[in-house]
Design a protein around this ligand. Structure first.
Ligand code: GUN
Length: 273
């Protein structure tokens, strides 16, 4: 069994991004909007800013109070769309409940949508056109699989979770690479059989849900989940000690998908349209 070292691969990706940025004729500038005071979001945004600094991407964080109006947020985004110095816009999710996320996504310029969440970029991904940006987490996972030369073409890929941020774009990206994709969710029957017979399992649920031995000893298990267990320890969706001896490749938590997501986002933020 091989542990997929997301930390090491992310550092390699970041080195490449840094070099790309140095060779650009203009410095990329990522604007991050953080509305409200979600603790996890603050940590994520901080990590994104630190990574941007490391690779030479300028970043600006726009903090808004939780009571900020939807109109105010939309007008800030329109301002950033029109600002030629800003090359990337990221609105950290989740947003305060009174704000319509779809309206917000629909307002970001697709050419600056480093998350790949606007309807234009999502739609392009779905119909096989080239989006301006691929969503960071699935793109980071593909980078990690490719680095370890894990075959995707023809693989049976099982995705747990159908979110717009991970599950759905992950399915589209694996489909593009000619995997046979199954998306599982809370209504899925006989989940365990689906998991254990897969070549690639990608779990993005936020609960300890992968807790069976794998049937195929060359299979690859990717854990996107990250949360604190009852003892306060950071953990993922996969029961690592049980699953790891039965598979070929597995990501650790932390140090797997997390750092790859940040590196993948920086790759996106280095693209200037
Ligand atoms: N919240 C959790 N994941 C993400 C992400 O990838 N992008 C944004 N903008 N917010 C998130």
């Amino acid at each position: 069994m091989i542990i997929l070292d997301g930390k090491a691969v992310s550092e390699k990706v970041l080195e490449n991004v840094k070099e790309t940025v140095q060779n650009l004729s203009r410095q990329p500038h990522l604007a991050v909007i953080l509305a409200g005071d979600n603790t996890a979001s603050k940590i994520y945004v901080n990590n994104k800013q630190k990574a941007a600094e490391k690779v030479g991407i300028k970043s600006t964080i726009i903090e808004l109070p939780a009571i900020t109006s939807e109109d105010n947020l939309l007008s800030i985004i329109k301002g950033l769309n029109a600002d030629d110095d800003v090359t990337g816009i990221l609105v950290q999710l989740p947003l305060p409940e009174h704000i319509n996320k779809n309206k917000v996504m629909n307002t970001i310029s697709p050419q600056k949508d480093v998350d790949g969440f606007t309807p234009e970029n999502v739609g392009k991904l779905a119909i096989g056109l080239e989006p301006y940006f691929y969503p960071a987490t699935p793109q980071g996972i593909i980078m990690l699989l490719d680095e370890y030369k894990i075959p995707i073409e023809g693989a049976d890929a099982v995705i747990l979770g159908r979110s717009n941020i991970v599950g759905k774009p992950m399915a589209q990206m694996l489909l593009r690479r000619n995997a046979t994709v199954t998306i599982c969710h809370s209504y899925t029957k006989d989940l365990e059989t689906k998991i254990k017979t897969a070549d690639i399992v990608i779990s993005a649920v936020g609960k300890k849900i992968v807790r069976c031995k794998m049937d195929r000893n060359n299979s690859c298990v990717v854990d996107v989940g990250i949360f604190r267990n009852d003892n306060g320890k950071l953990t993922g969706d996969v029961e690592f000690d049980l699953v790891s001896p039965s598979c070929g490749y597995i990501t650790p938590v932390p140090g797997g998908v997390g750092p790859m997501t940040i590196a993948s986002l920086m790759y996106n933020a280095s693209k200037v349209y």
